[in-house]
Ligand binder design. Structure first.
Ligand code: BGC
Length: 759
């Protein structure tokens, strides 16, 4: 429907009808206005499949939803580093939405993984905003290609579950812009999501649901978002303030209470009716975009999607360790599958994303179906969270009797979920004990992990291989068996760092915060940005992922040695499969500022490409870098800014394995506004090209005045060498000259210089 027609409709609505439209009909529907032909539309969780509920709905999944297909969660899909794969998944979800008459799927969830502890990390993409943004955009493009919308959530700074509905995420401007916003920004700019969901928390004291800076200035005016913003379920505190801020739709219904408050505020003159009209317009635009393109006859082939879920899961798995190339297993290898997860895998997280699967396939079932020689021992009980001596003895016997022991371990449901955070990074003690016992019984032990976030691995040196399967969706068992036995060569790479211990994590001291707020004191140093800066050992670095083949990186070429920040730089490199199997490499490009005033990470991901290569085959990967690839957020100009100078360009297969390195000089075209005063120090005056030109001759004269160029006595030289003198002078403010004996003429000269500089 055209904007004019929508505006016309709104002009026919009463204030009460308009206010009513701004909150849900119930848990999952928008309100209709029947007399004007405005239909009600349904939204439903996501993100990795449908959780469509009936009328007796509750949003945390206690009530059953329809049978659906559970795809791998974002912790897994992001590890694929494969936007095409995620786009395909999005298309499948979009088709199921059309089939089920859903206008919007509530996802993707793209908050940054600030700490391994966040209960919803399994649902989120990455600790890196560039990667999270690109993967989110692909998902959105996939879903929306089917003419249904997404709701990108939770905007913004919802990085913990602890006190999620009240806590303030207190964060400086630069950190928000560089770490916590870009995934949303990329999603909006590259994929035009139909809706955005605001988060529960406050941002620097103001609830996201009533934060005009967030929802209007940044989201709409800066990034160009043109859909509607809905609240997270129950995130509204002051509804009229939310309307003014740009929160269009309150979800779920507020029983009419908040609608009345909107009406009252308009009547009292504290809320402009134009704000109400604008929210209506944005909601109706999407309502009609869906209804006019609805295709409920779209088939939903769940069997085909189950198969797709297996294909996707296999391409997401990350081979963390593979000593002695124990993997892949030979098809006739006698293997003991140990651990209850082999039979009942954990493949999705708890809370609003929980899907009622029409089928699940375990690794045990898949292996038996494929005729593989596997035995099984339960090893531990997930429900009781224990491994009895008898269970361990049985597992040890099975491990001894087999050539290879494969332990399926990880985090039980209760360990990570929406609604609360973990308190530590450890796996259940019973599972760690089991792995130790099995590894002692059989030197060829492999661990398959089902978890949504990093765990500690006290047994890592005693097992030969670790396959991180994450929460791989309902067909995870099929995918696991394909990877273990080499039908699929693993190609996932970590979208997050695995620290050695929780205490190493940069947010460790402040995560969770105090009652009022959680302070983001580590700033931009999140994940690898911190571990790399501090040169710390990690268990597994960001971007890490092994393969059954080997890749070689060579021939790095940059399109220029020097560019201006308005230019783009093309970087190419060659990746070769030097092993004996078909495989997929993930080439990663990191940019680092060699010398900068801003305190910056050593390197930041600014490009990646997944390439499929036959043995012996090479391919060229190409990356395009632009201003944003080099820029920092400058709080002086409230904008992106590139500091002129040299930048490193590193390419390779992980953040800690970057064999290729080149350099480019970037020149800034933005001049920072600088005002010099008597308090300005020599160093700053000398650092800037323009001020140096004025200051240098003055400096020369000053030296003559103070006799700085005369030969010094030996004693004087010993007390303060020339180098020391220069170093000390660096920090001298101009006014210091007067204190150290400058006469009135000199001071007048400095004042004249300042006039010229600021002129
Ligand atoms: C969650 C959202 C979810 C909504 C509806 C909230 O509790 O934070 O992610 O989409 O419920 O179920």
């Amino acid at each position: 429907m055209k904007t004019e027609q929508i505006k016309m409709l709104i002009s026919q609505m009463t204030l009460e009808e308009k206010a009513g439209l701004l909150s849900g009909l119930d848990f999952w529907h928008t309100k209709p206005v029947e007399r004007l032909g405005i239909p009600s539309t349904m939204v439903s969780d996501g993100p990795h499949g449908l959780r469509k509920q009936d009328d007796k709905a509750d949003h945390l999944g206690v009530n059953d939803s329809i049978k659906a297909v559970c795809f791998p969660a974002a912790c897994a899909t992001t590890s694929s580093f494969d936007p095409e794969l995620v786009r395909t998944m999005g298309e499948a979800i979009g088709e199921s939405c059309q089939h089920e008459k859903l206008s919007v799927v509530l996802g993707p969830a793209i908050n940054i993984k600030r700490s391994p502890l966040c209960g919803r990390n399994f649902e989120y993409c990455s600790e890196d905003p560039y990667l999270a943004g690109k993967m989110a955009a692909a998902y959105i493009q996939g879903v929306q290609s089917k003419n249904v919308g997404v709701s990108v959530k939770h905007f913004a700074l919802n990085n913990q579950e602890h006190r999620r509905m009240s806590s303030s995420s207190d964060c400086d401007e630069r950190t928000m812009r560089e770490i916590y916003f870009p995934a949303f920004e990329t999603a909006v700019k590259e994929a035009k999501p139909w809706t955005i969901m605001c988060s529960y928390n406050r941002v620097n004291g103001v609830f996201a649901s009533e934060n005009r800076w967030l929802l209007t200035d940044v989201l709409r005016k800066e990034w160009g978002f043109d859909g509607y913003v809905m609240s997270d379920w129950g995130a509204v505190s002051d509804r009229p303030a939310g309307v003014h801020a740009g929160l269009d739709l309150e979800m779920p219904a507020s029983g009419g209470i908040n609608d009345e408050k909107i009406v009252a505020a308009v009547k009292a003159g504290t809320l402009d009716e134009k704000d109400v009209d604008l929210c209506c317009e944005r909601i109706l635009n999407i309502v009609f975009r869906y209804t006019e393109n609805a295709k409920p006859e779209t088939p939903w082939d769940q069997e085909a999607q189950h198969a797709l879920a297996a294909d996707i899961a296999a391409d997401c798995m990350v081979l963390l360790k593979n000593e002695g190339d124990i993997l892949p297993l030979a098809k006739d290898a006698e293997a003991a599958f140990i651990g209850e997860f082999a039979e009942k895998p954990r493949f999705q997280g708890g809370g609003s994303s929980h899907i009622n699967c029409f089928r699940t396939t375990s690794a045990l079932e898949a292996a038996r179906k494929a005729g593989l020689k596997v035995t099984y021992a339960q090893g531990y009980s997930v429900l009781k969270d224990e491994a009895t001596d008898a269970q361990i003895a049985e597992a040890v016997a099975a491990a001894k009797a087999a050539k290879v022991a494969v332990v399926f371990a990880g985090l039980p449901d209760s360990y990570e979920s929406e609604g609360y955070d973990r308190t530590n990074m450890d796996m259940p003690a019973c599972q760690n004990r089991l792995i130790e016992a099995v590894a002692a019984a059989n030197p060829h032990t492999v661990v398959v992990l089902h978890n949504g976030a990093p765990v500690t691995m006290p047994w890592i040196d005693r097992v030969e291989a670790v396959l991180e399967a994450y929460l791989g969706g309902q067909a995870v068992g099929t995918a696991t068996v394909r990877v273990l036995y080499g039908d699929v060569n693993p190609s996932g790479h970590l979208a997050e760092s695995f620290p050695l211990r929780l205490q190493d994590n940069p947010s460790y001291l402040f995560f969770g915060g105090e009652a009022r707020a959680t302070e983001y004191r580590e700033g931009v140093f999140v994940g690898y940005r911190y571990y790399d800066k501090k040169e710390m050992d990690v268990l597994f670095p960001f971007g890490h992922g092994l393969s059954y083949t080997t890749f070689e990186y060579s021939n790095l070429r940059l399109s220029a040695e020097e560019i201006r920040d308005t230019d783009t730089l093309t970087v190419t490199a060659t990746v070769k499969n030097t092993g004996k199997r078909f495989g997929k490499a993930v080439a990663q490009l990191y940019v680092g500022d060699v010398e900068s005033d801003a305190i910056r990470p050593v390197r930041e991901l600014k490009g990646f490409a997944k390439v499929a290569l036959q043995p012996g085959e090479s391919a060229e990967v190409t990356f395009t870098l632009d201003k944003r690839s080099f820029a920092v957020w400058n709080e002086k100009i409230h904008d992106w800014y590139v500091e002129s100078g040299k930048f490193t360009i590193q390419v390779g297969g992980s953040s800690r394995d970057l064999p290729l390195c080149g350099c480019v000089c970037v020149e800034s075209t933005t001049e920072l506004p600088t005002v010099y005063t008597m308090d300005s120090i020599f160093m700053d005056l000398m650092a800037d090209r323009k001020s140096r030109a004025v200051f240098e001759p003055v400096m020369k004269k000053l030296r003559e005045t103070f006799g700085g160029d005369e030969e010094k006595s030996e004693a004087a030289q010993e007390a303060v060498s020339d180098d020391m003198g220069t170093a000390m002078m660096n920090y001298m403010p101009l006014r210091g000259m007067a204190s150290f004996g400058a006469d009135r003429n000199t001071v007048a000269m400095i004042e004249a210089m300042l006039k010229q500089l600021n002129g």
